[in-house]
Design a protein around this ligand. Structure first.
Ligand code: AHR
Length: 335
């Protein structure tokens, strides 16, 4: 099966910002909340101070995402980046955001660990006149004006694409699936589960067990060991990311079984280690989640500071790979 394109990057409304001159950052607007047509506060010196709160360092995907942000939001590109790692804890992210508010940064950006519980801190940022941009993961906010834009993949679509591949290849065989879920309460875990389940609905593919592996390789391995002890009829693992799938491979091999053959594996991310395992025949199918969000974040931050209207939702382009497509893609893979 050839690779397929899921979605296209949508940046039409901010196309003009590629010509953005740093001089345009200068603003005497004071502490006005950023809204279309109104310059946000800050960046008087032409440098945008951006406070970024990252989820953590839980996966290969996260490492690639952090690198993309740090490589793009550089001094040469007009940014003073303040970066913090929340170690997968919401309270750390809230603390970091509050600290960015106290420091009076020009823009705050963050990838929320979980979907809920952000209203209070987002209200604080708004009251301070600091625009907020979400990257990678969504929040379930009462009021959508609490953030300027959300840049990231369509996680429901990713889960659907994985489920469609499973249903297309195995419907009619009574396939038994175990699911390794991402971090409980996170947008990708909620949405990928929903998408996968909707795609297998009406087929005889059955999810016989489902637990969180917190998006890490170690927890993916531990949870898979538990599944193997409990069930002797597992045909396929659906892991919400490559790292948990790679942990599952270790557990399957330790149990004397052959990953990719005795037990099929479908994952999401398509980072280098996952793609290598796919090319090696240990994983059967991967849906990509593109981590290279730095350039879009830089562009949107500049547009917001310039008072331009930005797209509320920017969907990032993803693909999907079978084993042949992974072999072809690996030599030039960026992440
Ligand atoms: O939010 C994106 C997800 O978070 C990635 O799929 C996963 O690897 C990461 O930890």
């Amino acid at each position: 099966m050839a690779r397929t394109t899921l979605t296209r990057t949508v940046l039409a409304a901010v196309a003009a910002t590629s010509l953005f001159a740093l001089g345009a950052c200068s603003s005497d607007a004071g502490n006005e909340p950023a809204a279309g047509g109104e310059p946000a506060a800050g960046a008087d010196d032409g440098v945008i101070t951006l406070g970024f709160s990252q989820v953590g360092a839980e996966s290969g995907w996260r490492a690639a995402n952090t690198k993309s942000i740090q490589d793009t939001l550089t001094a040469e590109n007009g940014f003073d980046l303040k970066f913090s790692d929340a170690q997968q804890k919401q309270e750390n992210q809230i603390q970091a955001i509050r600290s960015y508010i106290t420091q009076g940064v020009d823009v705050i950006a963050f990838s929320p660990v979980v979907e809920t519980g952000w209203d209070a801190v987002l209200q604080e940022a708004k009251a301070a006149g600091i625009p907020v941009i979400l990257t990678d993961r969504a929040v379930d906010a009462e009021d959508e004006t609490l953030y300027e834009s959300f840049i990231g993949s369509d996680f429901v679509k990713e889960g659907e694409t994985a489920g469609q591949w499973v249903a297309e290849n195995f419907d009619g065989e009574g396939l038994k699936v175990v699911e390794l879920q991402g971090t409980t309460g996170s947008a990708p875990a909620i949405d990928r589960k929903e998408g996968f389940e909707s795609a297998i609905e009406g087929s005889d593919v059955e999810i016989i067990d489902s637990q969180t592996g917190n998006f890490t390789r170690a927890e993916g391995k531990t949870v898979m060991e538990g599944f193997l002890n409990k069930h002797d009829d597992i045909d396929l693992v659906f892991a919400h990311n490559d790292d948990m799938g790679l942990g599952a491979i270790e557990a399957i091999e330790a149990a004397g079984l052959v990953p990719g053959k005795d037990i099929q594996i479908v994952t999401i991310d398509a980072v280098k280690d996952g793609m290598q395992a796919l090319a090696d025949g240990k994983i059967n199918y991967i849906v990509e989640c593109n981590p290279l969000l730095g350039p879009d974040l830089a562009e949107i931050a500049k547009a917001v500071i310039a008072g331009e209207e930005v797209e509320k939702r920017i969907v990032v382009k993803d693909e999907a790979f079978d084993q042949a497509a992974a072999k072809e893609a690996l030599p030039t893979r960026e992440y």
